[in-house]
Design a protein around this ligand. Structure first.
Ligand SMILES: C[S@@+](CC[C@H](N)C(=O)[O-])C[C@H]1O[C@@H](n2cnc3c(N)ncnc32)[C@H](O)[C@@H]1O
Length: 206
């Protein structure tokens, strides 16, 4: 009897379930953690003692991972529109990153600390109108880049979620003016059907 090859969609759905189950088994709050983990394992982004800012952090998978990796001497500042269950040693701020007052609160928490890595998994609330959603996503990305100018150490890195579409190429070029290496990452845990991908910009100001 010949075995039927499983189709891609079936495999993918199995895969998604796999990440959900794994997150549950490993006490992570979201399957999103495996996206960061995969990128980190490949690119060696997060090291002990680092200061990391996690934008769009709830429910907290990336922050859980980041605080484990930076260890006792590191720091993680997390921000989200939504409330987030506390994570030990993660400094959380609730608010809308697009509001100046919220960004100021975050900056004052960070104090004079220079940041090694900014990670942003933020996505705007979707309207379903593709052009509008894309424009909002790019506007958010620009705000994150502005924030990097305020906090990143020379040599610091940025990992940012974007959606393939108008403006992404120009945005990558803009990043290239400030970071010495720009890469694209589509981790295995990111659903194929999603237009999301991650831009990894390394070595700020070098
Ligand atoms: C995909 S989830 C992040 C998942 C997270 N990385 C994890 O591992 O659990 C995206 C988050 O971005 C947040 N977000 C979107 N726009 C935001 C904004 N303007 N300010 C703050 N948070 C925002 C949403 O509330 C949502 O919780």
């Amino acid at each position: 009897m010949s075995k039927k090859k499983p189709n891609k969609r079936w495999l993918h759905e199995q895969n998604s379930d796999f990440y959900v189950k794994q997150a549950r088994n490993e006490n992570y709050r979201s399957r999103a953690i495996y996206k960061l983990q995969e990128i980190d394992q490949k690119d060696k982004l997060i090291k002990p003692g680092m200061c990391v800012v996690d934008l769009g952090a709830a429910p907290g998978g990336w922050s859980q991972y980041a605080i484990q990796q930076v260890g006792q001497n590191g720091q993680v500042f997390a921000l989200d529109l939504l409330d987030m269950e506390p994570i030990m040693r993660v400094n959380f701020i609730q608010g809308d990153f697009t509001e100046n007052e919220v960004e100021q609160r975050l900056l004052s928490e960070i104090k004079q600390e220079r940041v090694d890595l900014v990670i942003s998994d933020m996505a705007p609330n979707l309207t379903g109108i593709r052009d509008t959603d894309q424009a909002r996503s790019m506007a958010l990305a620009e705000l994150v880049l502005d924030f990097c100018h305020k906090v990143l150490k020379p040599g610091g890195d940025l990992l940012l979620k974007v959606f393939e579409g108008a403006g992404t190429q120009e945005f990558r070029q803009e990043l290239g003016e400030h970071f010495s290496k720009i890469m694209t990452r589509k981790p295995y845990a990111s659903r194929d059907k999603s237009r999301e991908f991650y831009v990894l910009a390394r070595f700020y100001g070098l």
